[in-house]
Design a protein around this ligand. Structure first.
Ligand code: F0G
Length: 457
């Protein structure tokens, strides 16, 4: 019997969810042209689409909303927000943004020139899209183990530092305005990056005068893994580890919709005065004045309080172990997953689950359609649709991994929800003909997964 950790909180307020009949789900998925982003959330029973913006806020955060100061400039919640983030990250300048990709867009459109190349362990899709939109190339240099779902390594999110050095030598630092690390590495299975790897990356980049920018959405979960898994770190608090992690970087972009435990929000941190000035001027055009950055005062307060709560180690231990136990349930049901489980999600290895399925028929996406049809569950493919691209000859170039991500909203679901989800997976593995191939009938130019349409083969 797989044990789930007990919650370090109790439920004060609930939100009703309902399971609609299978025939209704069948009709809705067809109407949505097999794109699960187009299904209404009300028609979903368990929503594992994302851990972003889906956290349950605490009573403390809800209470904070009432203290929102909605003055246009200099609201008190901004100063609280700034102080909290500065105390965690140590960055000199803190710039609010309404979410992660707004921070990325601002930062990248200011720092990147066409033809540049930006190395990272793995770029997330919005990061990649914003880099490409600025005319640069987003380059992934994750270690080999990070590309193998079954390889065991405590820090599968690490960047390959030898390849990073070669990459800088080959391209020259003039073409590399900054390097990045995504902590944890979402696209590679929510895998953490070690403190040692962050330090080494920082040293390599800095020896060429290239700044290091962290994509810090899930930094608290990453720091918890460092405490658990890295030699010499177990006696430090997660907060102290976070301080060291950020000290190796020159700046960060952050979506507070993850480890900010908020439903909206984000920020940029930087030590660079010149960059700070450019960013705060640029943001007036799109996000607003520098003390609110597209957020209401109350949202700034919810983020400030959420960031503190996300560093609570009782919370982090429950969070990481809940994800781990769900992974064990799926393994027990015979589902291949990326091991060890990462911070925010369980990633099912759709390629191994469906070995006879052709990549051109999008096995990961097809599995997510089957999960909705059979169980009212929403999950997100991280494979051929999200990362696939048309090559120069017009044929699709597929990414190495074909995964389906079950992202776990923070503080939302309980053990019985996870047991239900595992039972649906078991039903699908026992009858794999439930998973049917797909053919694209429409796709847009960027971030195609949000609006792509299919017909079933
Ligand atoms: N970076 C990473 C690593 C992310 O996972 C995300 C969002 C972003 C940047 C962008 O932040 O959504 O606030 O604009 N990830 C969500 C997800 C969407 O489902 O993984 P955002």
């Amino acid at each position: 019997m797989i044990e789930f950790p007990a919650e370090p909180y109790r439920i004060k307020s609930i939100e009703r969810i309902r399971q609609i009949p299978r025939s209704e789900r069948e009709r809705l998925i067809r109407e949505a042209k097999f794109n699960i982003f187009k299904i209404r959330a009300e028609d979903i029973y368990l929503d594992f689409l994302t851990d972003s913006g889906t956290s349950a806020m605490s009573d403390n955060q809800w209470a904070g909303l009432l203290t929102g100061d909605e003055s246009y400039a200099g609201c008190r919640n901004y100063y609280r927000f700034e102080e909290t983030i500065r105390s965690i990250t140590g960055f000199k300048h803190i710039i609010p943004a309404h979410q992660g990709r707004a921070a990325e867009h601002l930062m990248f459109s200011t720092l990147i020139k066409p033809g540049d190349k930006i190395p990272s362990n793995s770029h997330f899709d919005t990061t990649r899209a914003n880099i490409e939109y600025a005319g640069a190339e987003a380059v992934d240099l994750v270690i080999e183990e990070g590309k193998d779902p079954s390889a065991s390594h405590p820090f599968k999110g690490n960047i390959d530092t030898d390849r990073l050095e070669d990459f800088i030598k080959k391209n020259g630092p003039g073409q590399i305005p900054f390097g990045m690390l995504t902590i944890t590495n979402n696209s590679g299975g929510g895998q953490p990056v070690s403190l040692e790897n962050i330090k080494k990356t920082s040293e390599i980049l800095h020896s060429h005068r290239i700044p290091l920018i962290l994509d810090a959405c899930r930094y608290a979960e990453n720091c918890y893994f460092i405490k658990q898994r890295e030699k010499g770190q177990s006696d430090r608090s997660v907060r102290d580890i976070a301080g060291v992690v950020f000290s190796y970087a020159d700046g960060c972009t952050m979506s507070a919709k993850k480890d900010g435990l908020a439903n909206i929000g984000g920020f940029i941190g930087t030590n660079d005065d010149n960059l700070h000035e450019k960013l705060t001027n640029a943001m007036i055009l799109v996000e607003g004045f520098r003390t609110y950055g597209g957020l209401a005062g109350r949202d700034l307060e919810a983020v400030a309080r959420g960031l503190e709560e996300a560093l609570d180690e009782a919370y982090l231990s429950h969070r990481i172990n809940q994800v781990k136990s769900f992974g064990e349930l799926l393994l027990e049901a015979g589902i291949p997953i990326v091991v060890p489980t990462g911070g925010h999600a369980v990633f099912v290895d759709a390629a191994s689950l469906l070995p006879d399925f052709r990549r051109e028929h999008y096995p990961g996406w097809a599995l997510s359609v089957a999960l909705y049809r059979e169980g009212g569950i929403r999950a997100c493919e991280i494979g051929g649709i999200v990362f696939g691209k048309k090559g120069e000859d017009g044929r699709e170039v597929f990414p190495p991994l074909e995964l389906v991500r079950l992202a776990i909203p923070r503080r939302v679901y309980t053990e019985s929800h996870f047991r239900y989800a595992a039972s649906i997976f078991k039903r699908i593995t026992e009858n794999k003909s439930m998973v049917r191939g797909l053919k694209i009938t429409y796709e847009p130019e960027y971030l195609r997964h949000f609006t792509v349409e299919f017909k079933e083969l």
